[in-house]
Design a protein around this ligand. Structure first.
Ligand code: ADP
Ligand code: ADP
Length: 227
């Protein structure tokens, strides 16, 4: 019943003549509905771990399975399909499309799956209401605060009913009040929608909301605190 299994995962980058080890021998499991945070200083490998689990980067060694499906050697096309089916991603910089309205941005993952019609509009309204942005459906991202843009990005990440939501420093561009609001959404939305959350952050207070907090240092998991 593990949603994500990571086994002895390592990643090394080449930088000029030297090899930089970004992630070393990481093993962990995430169950359905769990909220896990990864905390540690800049450069400790948090983003690398998240990018490997989301198929945005490829490991040097080790294995990844999602819903008991080995995905370590999945092709780019297979990863695209996996993300469309199973994974939603939230970034620090929101990455909303400026020329589209809030509603159009959130509908996009459903349209990419070939869904059309009234069911799309209904689902968009449901997730926008869940992040308290249903009254901003016709606004453009540029008309919203950072916190509001991140709430829209969260709606877009969950609209296609992913099993797994990956969030890389989602509060990094927000003030502390907006950041706390975003963290509380990551805490409460899984109870309603059933997905797991993997949150990367350098903020101990953001990580405090998680069920499990993994501390990272020099590319390794150093300890896990369960709340
Ligand atoms: P964090 O997210 O904890 O700040 P990262 O995972 O971004 O850490 O980076 C871990 C280490 O890997 C750092 O030393 C970083 O400079 C290096 N690194 C990350 N991505 C690359 C890359 N594409 N090429 C070379 N080095 C990288
Ligand atoms: P963050 O701290 O939010 O992860 P970074 O500025 O560290 O942001 O990284 C932004 C992007 O650059 C990431 O995709 C990361 O993999 C890549 N990156 C990080 N460090 C390096 C590096 N030394 N060389 C090349 N790419 C890097």
């Amino acid at each position: 019943n593990m949603l994500v299994q990571v086994q002895n995962l390592s990643k090394a980058y080449r930088r000029g003549q030297t090899i930089v080890s970004a992630l070393q021998d990481v093993t962990l499991g995430v169950k359905a509905g769990e909220f896990c945070a990864f905390v540690g200083p800049s450069g400790c490998g948090k983003s690398t771990l998240l990018n490997l689990i989301g198929g945005l980067d490829r490991p040097t060694s080790g294995a990844i399975a999602i819903e008991n499906r080995p995905v370590t050697h999945a092709s780019a096309t297979e990863w695209t399909r996996l993300r469309r089916e199973l994974i939603g991603i939230v970034f620090q910089a929101f990455h909303l499309i400026p020329g589209l309205t809030v509603g159009e941005n959130v509908a996009l993952p459903l349209l990419l799956r070939g869904e059309r019609g009234a069911a799309v509009a209904e689902r968009v309204n449901e997730v926008l209401a869940a992040v308290r942005m249903d009254r901003r459906r016709s606004h453009r991202p540029g008309e919203l605060s950072g916190g509001e843009q991140q709430r829209v990005a969260i709606a877009r990440a969950i609209v296609h009913r992913p099993r797994l939501v990956l969030a890389d420093e989602p509060t990094g561009n927000l003030d502390s009040k907006q950041g706390a609001d975003i963290v509380s959404l990551f805490r409460t939305l899984p109870q309603r929608f059933g997905h797991s959350v993997l949150l990367v952050t350098h903020s101990e207070s953001a990580a405090d909301a998680a069920d499990y907090v993994w501390h990272m240092r020099d590319g390794r998991l150093v300890n896990c605190v369960r709340h």
